[in-house]
Write a protein that binds this ligand. Structure first.
Ligand SMILES: Nc1nc2c(ncn2[C@@H]2O[C@H](COP(=O)(O)OP(=O)(O)OP(=O)(O)O)[C@@H](O)[C@H]2O)c(=O)[nH]1
Length: 216
């Protein structure tokens, strides 16, 4: 998706945009895994089917979410997955509080590349950035190449939360962003004697699992 189209779906900020804390989140992963589609589904509740048009560069959408009765603003940056834009997108990692790292469950190389993405993230992002691994396109069960368990295992190895999503059906899309917002809000407002929010436990208890995958 090009930046002009991206501009057209910026929204959700509202008139009191500056009154609340804003958290910067970045979507990363190989080209075609569904980053733009995930963001459009979260922002507008819709899926735009049809031919794939790669993101050129980077753009953002502001979205207000409610976490435990409090309004939190997420500034969500959608990056281009193509290699030629990598140096541009690296520059944005440093200011990010959260990163959603996507692969496509029907595309093995997008999963194999996750380790390289994590290496880049550790190189360019803040040390305490919140990372979540998402296996997208979970609706396409007939073309599945990556078992849900393999996503779980990789996420466990890196100590990050994991879920499968579908930008098409909306499965777990809102949860992914809400869990990030919840984690960031708790981190910012936590008192010393309060227990910390366990994002992995929260995601495990809330996420929907596709009914398709046990045969793999
Ligand atoms: N069935 C299905 N198709 C999806 C899903 N998410 C994205 N797609 C399709 O996959 C293609 C790529 O989606 P994009 O959202 O443009 O991918 P991207 O990761 O933003 O790609 P880049 O901009 O190149 O980095 C499009 O044809 C989408 O319609 C999904 O969850 N299910």
């Amino acid at each position: 998706m090009d930046l002009q189209r991206l501009d057209s779906y910026q929204g959700g900020a509202g008139p009191d945009f500056h009154e609340h804390v804003l958290y910067k989140t970045i979507l990363v992963g190989d080209s075609g895994v569904g980053k733009t589609s995930l963001l459009v589904q979260f922002d507008q509740g819709k899926f735009i089917p049809g031919s794939f048009s790669a993101t050129l560069g980077i753009g953002f959408t502001n979205k207000v979410v409610t976490v435990d009765g409090m309004r939190v603003k997420l500034q969500i940056w959608d990056t281009a997955g193509q290699e030629r834009f990598r140096s541009v997108t690296h520059a944005y990692y440093r200011d990010a509080q959260a990163l959603l790292l996507l692969y496509d469950i029907t595309n093995k190389s997008s999963f194999d590349n996750i380790r390289a993405w994590l290496t880049e993230i550790h190189e360019y992002a803040q040390r305490d950035v919140v990372i979540m691994l998402l296996g997208n396109k979970a609706d396409v069960s007939s073309e599945r190449m990556i078992r849900s368990e393999d996503g779980e295992m990789l996420a466990r190895e890196y100590g990050v939360p994991f879920m499968e999503t579908s930008a098409k059906t909306g499965m777990n899309v809102e949860l992914a962003f809400l869990a990030i917002a919840k984690e960031l809000k708790y981190r910012a407002g936590r008192q010393a004697n309060e227990p910390s929010f366990q994002i992995r436990d929260y995601v495990e208890s809330q996420k929907k699992r596709p009914s398709c995958c046990s045969f793999l």
